[in-house]
Design a binder for this molecule. Sequence first.
Ligand SMILES: *Cc1c(COP(=O)(O)O)cnc(C)c1O
Length: 410
Amino acid sequence: MNKEHTVMDQFQQQDNQLIIGGKSLSQIELLVGRTPYYAYDKQVIQHTINQLNQKLPSQIKLHYAIKANPLPAIVHFIKPLVSGFDVASKNEMLLALQTGIEPEEISFAGPGKTSDDIQASIIAGITLHVESENEIKKIIHFSKSLKIKANIAIRVNPIFELKASGMKMSGGSKPFGIDEERLPNILKHLNYETINFRGFHIFAGSQSLSHDAIIEMHNKTFELIQKLIELTPINIQYINIGGGFGIPYFPGDTRLNINAICKNLSILLEQATNLESIDLILELGRYIVGESGIYVTKITDKKISRDKTYLVCDGGLHHHLSNSGNFGQIIRKNYPVTIGNRLQASPVSNQQIVNIVGPLCTPLDILAQEVLLPMAVEGDFVVVYQSGAYGASASPKDFLSQPSVLEILL
Ligand SMILES: *Cc1c(COP(=O)(O)O)cnc(C)c1O
């Protein structure tokens, strides 16, 4: 329960109105045609990437993981600001290719790639991140039949994991990557003639707000890199060190201290002189776009049931599953929310504790529980902040056959 009204500071405001890309929420409603919508602010994305590029050691290249937000306008906007894209499906690969980025700067990770996915990737010339030994066999088979050497990197499932993170993607038994301890044997027997073996992908987790946990992960990743270099009989060109940078969502969360992380990476690179000619890649999704987006839904009813006040809105779980708490959360917590046309409620007497729900006939359709907000009325805009990643594309848009959500980059 947030008992404090949150106004996030990455956006501008004017006369109590939230401003995205120079436009108020009612102006954006007229631009896109109706609510509910997602609006993304270019300046916030640009600022986030500029900060990263300034602070990261120059040897580290930044990639955008498209699955965080695959809106074509966003992917095209980001293209000149990053060195490459990470894709998680063939459709994302096609989107990335059509921005004009060099194919070698696109990497494709994900378990269960079909024969179709593999052949398309080889033809496109992108780098396949291999998730299993069986997949290596398939890639070698198709490299031969297509007479094109596939670019491959092995995704490693390291022994370590990213601690203090929202989603652990390594350590223990996982469907992702090849277990670290199986690599000596695989690297010894790999047929390096039939493919272009580029290097490794080490991805340990997602959504961490602890710089200490990320620094520990980087220290272990760099140790592992040295082992992998020793085990590989040819020179490697490329290592993707994963991502894991989180953004604050819940009460008490604070923004990640990237200064400490970047400083530690500089130290690691100074120590590892044998990595000078290797492309080192940091892949981020949520961190790049998450803070740039808001979800906007209109209040269509205000009601009291027993002692609770409900704001009922025209959007909800079907557009924003992660905010509803049903996308990997164990205990539901509120994303930061506000009333976008009444930002400063001034006196506390003008604020009210409300429950915000969507239009679906399920108790899961929750936008926010027991939040203190400026007194709102029918027609006002409920805004969910931190909605630029894993929003529209991560939601069950057909559930209950409600109108789909609109999206705009401003
Ligand atoms: C999902 C994913 C990412 C992006 O994760 P974020 O939390 O959005 O930064 C990066 N790399 C891989 C391999 C992924 O699967």
